[in-house]
Design a protein around this ligand. Structure first.
Ligand code: PGA
Length: 249
């Protein structure tokens, strides 16, 4: 069975003092009794602080350079992150795609670099509201996924997590419905089956987009959903735990 993974994405939020109190309240949670992987992707600048002050939660960052080390002002390399015991990195998030012009090809280069350095990339794919309404979403997901699958070896893909994040559900308070989510996850898994049957069975496909304690009970129990990528709700230890509690038993 695929063990579920719940990842919080703090995005560009928090101050040293708010993060200090968030870490303190996260440390009070009975996470040891939860049978799932729990991780937080934090702003790079707070990474060291969080890693020294958090218990029972793995850590990641929210973006990584496609390059190795060198003259790339403002970038963080995968080897730097790994040096600090970082385990995960989000790549191809729709905010990176829409606000910073990143493509699926860029995401595939970043994922490759991450894996080569020992990080596990969480690769985000998802459609816009227009693409959903015009029923183009399957084609969009296929194109995004194929760019990534074609760039990585099967061995590398085994170190990868896919996040289905419909753009229209991110930060809007309206998640996709359980039917829409299961349909998309099943479709993504069937695309991966064409590459490698065993990989399709083992790869984690997690859902992101307005996941909350209230809707996560149904969503996390869907057969092809292996966890969640949580934005807003991960900024509150209560809400984050409310989602974690709903993982498949
Ligand atoms: P949200 O963000 O939970 O706030 O919708 C999800 C994400 O961006 O990964």
């Amino acid at each position: 069975m695929r063990k579920q993974l719940i990842v919080g994405n703090w995005k560009m939020n928090g101050s040293l003092s708010s993060i200090k109190s968030l870490c303190e309240s996260l440390n009070q949670l009975p996470l040891k009794k939860i049978d799932a992987h729990i991780a937080l992707c934090v702003p790079d600048i707070f990474f060291l602080y969080v890693s020294e002050n958090i218990k029972n939660i793995d850590l990641g960052i929210q973006n990584v350079s496609q390059y190795s080390n060198g003259p790339y002002t403002g970038e963080t390399s995968a080897t730097m992150a790994r040096d600090l015991n970082c385990q995960y990195v989000i790549v191809g998030h729709s905010e990176r795609r829409n606000l910073f012009g990143e493509s699926s090809y860029d995401a595939s280069l970043k994922a490759k670099k991450a894996i080569e350095s020992g990080l596990c990339p969480i690769i985000c794919i998802g459609e816009t509201l227009d693409q959903r309404f015009s029923n183009e979403f399957r084609g969009v997901l296929k194109k995004q996924l194929h760019t990534i699958l074609n760039k990585l070896s099967i061995k590398q893909l085994k170190e990868t997590i896919i996040a289905y994040e419909p753009i229209w559900a991110i930060g809007t308070g309206v998640s996709a419905s359980p039917t829409q989510i299961q349909e998309a996850h099943f479709y993504i898994r069937s695309l991966i089956t064409k590459f490698d049957v065993l990989l399709a069975k083992s790869i984690k496909i997690i859902y992101g987009g307005s996941l909350k304690p209230k809707n996560s009970g149904k969503i996390l129990k869907l057969p092809d959903v292996d966890g969640g990528l949580v934005g807003n709700a991960s900024l509150s230890s209560r809400d984050f735990y409310g989602i974690i509690e709903n993982v498949k038993a």
